[in-house]
Design a protein around this ligand. Structure first.
Ligand SMILES: Cc1cc2nc3c(=O)[nH]c(=O)nc-3n(C[C@H](O)[C@H](O)[C@H](O)COP(=O)(O)O)c2cc1C
Length: 179
């Protein structure tokens, strides 16, 4: 199985660690693409891709698109920003518009990952329950949903959605396989 991870964080931290952890568990042959290191200009809605299935903007997206087409499994991983995906991830998603028309990613499998939560705002009750957990969980779920809608538009089949909360990823990790 050939897998590719698209990581939409400006840092090499929670989202990246989460992606690596998931890949290590699978034993797949994988490559991680850090969007922060790529030259990906924003979609300018020129509409060329509606008929040609090609993007006119020449940057790192061409290489990334080829890798997506050749992968069996795609992992989309984003930090949660204001209940949504990060700007880096959204910018990447918009540039995938040619796939909406070409359907070249149809029936690929995807795993969605969202990290969230602010460690310095952690508060626990006397039983050790994290008081912000439910709120942060909702934020991360919305981030997952956003990537889920993106996959739906491209006919990509989401096989698992997972979130993890808090910077101290290993200590405070909460795994979800909810939808
Ligand atoms: C601009 C911004 C907005 C954020 N919004 C939320 C949010 O709505 N909910 C949340 O739980 N965490 C939020 N966070 C926290 C991050 O999602 C969290 O720290 C994440 O694990 C960071 O991932 P990274 O280590 O890969 O950068 C936000 C962080 C930033 C920088």
């Amino acid at each position: 199985m050939k897998a590719i991870g698209i990581v939409g964080s400006p840092r090499i931290k929670n989202t990246y660690n989460m992606t690596k952890t998931v890949f290590k568990k699978t034993g797949f042959d994988y490559e991680i693409i850090l969007l922060k290191d790529k030259d990906i200009k924003p979609c300018n809605d020129c509409r060329n891709c509606h008929t040609t299935f090609e993007c006119k903007i020449k940057d790192d997206m061409q290489k990334i698109c080829k890798k997506l087409e050749n992968a069996d499994i795609i992992v989309f991983a984003s930090p949660t920003y204001f209940h949504n995906v990060s700007g880096l991830m959204k910018n990447f998603m918009d540039r995938c518009l040619p796939f909406y028309f070409s359907k070249k990613l149809k029936d690929k499998k995807a795993v969605l990952l969202a990290s969230g939560g602010f460690k310095n705002m952690l508060k626990f009750d006397k039983n050790g329950k994290c008081l912000r957990h439910d709120q942060e969980k909702e934020c991360a779920k919305r981030c997952l949903k956003s990537m889920g809608y993106f996959c739906e538009c491209l006919d990509i089949k989401v096989i698992k959605s997972i979130y993890a909360l808090h910077d101290d990823y290993k200590k405070h990790v909460y795994w979800s396989h909810s939808f």
